[in-house]
Design a binder for this molecule. Sequence first.
Ligand SMILES: NC(=O)c1ccc[n+]([C@@H]2O[C@H](COP(=O)([O-])OP(=O)(O)OC[C@H]3O[C@@H](n4cnc5c(N)ncnc54)[C@H](OP(=O)(O)O)[C@@H]3O)[C@@H](O)[C@H]2O)c1
Length: 345
Amino acid sequence: MPSSSKAYVNGDEKHLVCVTGAGSFIGSWVVKELLDRGYHVRGTARDPSDQKNAHLIALDGAEERLTLYRADVLDYGSLAAAFSGCHGVFHVASSTNNDNDSMVVAVEGTKNAINAAADMGVRRMVFTSSYGAVHMDPNRSPDTVVDETCWSDYDFCKRTGNLYCCGKMMAEIAATEEAAKRGLELVVVVPAITVGPMLHQTLNYSSDHVARFLTGKKREYQNAVTAYIDVRDVARAHALVYELHDARGGGGGHRYLCLSAVLHRAQFVQLLRDLFPHYPVTAKYQDQGDGKPMVKPYKFSNRMLKDLGMEFTPMRESLYDTVMMLQQKGHVTVPALPMPNRARL
Ligand SMILES: NC(=O)c1ccc[n+]([C@@H]2O[C@H](COP(=O)([O-])OP(=O)(O)OC[C@H]3O[C@@H](n4cnc5c(N)ncnc54)[C@H](OP(=O)(O)O)[C@@H]3O)[C@@H](O)[C@H]2O)c1
């Protein structure tokens, strides 16, 4: 157990916080961001000793200020033990599978996290929602600016088998209702498909999305648009809303959309081809023969985060860094020809 729940860094009180799902793609960067900001951090994992979490103890500051706790979000007691004495909790953990079990983990896990946090006297929770809870609405006008007021259409998600989106919607609603009942301050970060370098070793869903296009495994792409964000921006957003939500007013509510680009799949594929001409980015447009025109990227607002001082990483840099890390971790081969220079992006 850490010996103290408070640390003073540059005159500011930097207290003890807990990150659930610390070893995940996003959770690892949230832990890193918080350590870099001087916090004492507890990270939860279902098996902290698993080799897949080894990268956490190698982070700068981890030796002095990071402790890993064993916790399953479906086990209230394990969360309560990890949250005891913490000032803030970042509830990141959630299965990213698209099945009924992941809905249970999302919703019941979130209720457990809120109640454990409230019972343990935690002051503020940052909840990691998903853009899947926001953008899946077939009836939204293409002229609508997607912002924090938007929600996916639950029935549409269910009908089309998007159980992950159903789970994240229900979890965000449960978080908001339970936190209000329990008097816990809640701030929600809503990341889009998250790309960027991995701190962990294994391929997560969104990094695999890039790897599959890069290696040619992805043969076709659909007439669809996708919103993207860099994982380092997602981590910074978690810290910013934790530290500044009230200070800057948070006028639009407690939800913060976290996305920097909306690209048609064709644009995404072209961007990868431009950046990495030596890779077999061979995915072709899958014409569904429905005569529908190419879907246009919609407008979105990330003003709420910009108002907190957030600057977003350009998608070219983000994709470049993603691929460099995929190479470094051995998930894609390194072409014999020289790689483009990042400084020239
Ligand atoms: N990646 C994206 O594009 C994206 C976009 C928007 C939102 N998000 C959200 O961001 C969060 C992290 O996503 P990610 O892609 O970084 O995840 P990830 O790398 O796929 O890892 C999933 C995490 O969830 C944890 N988890 C799953 N079931 C659990 C349970 N029963 N108890 C405790 N922990 C459990 C896993 O913990 P173990 O290590 O113990 O297995 C792991 O840390 C999720 O809430 C996800 O919905 C992700």
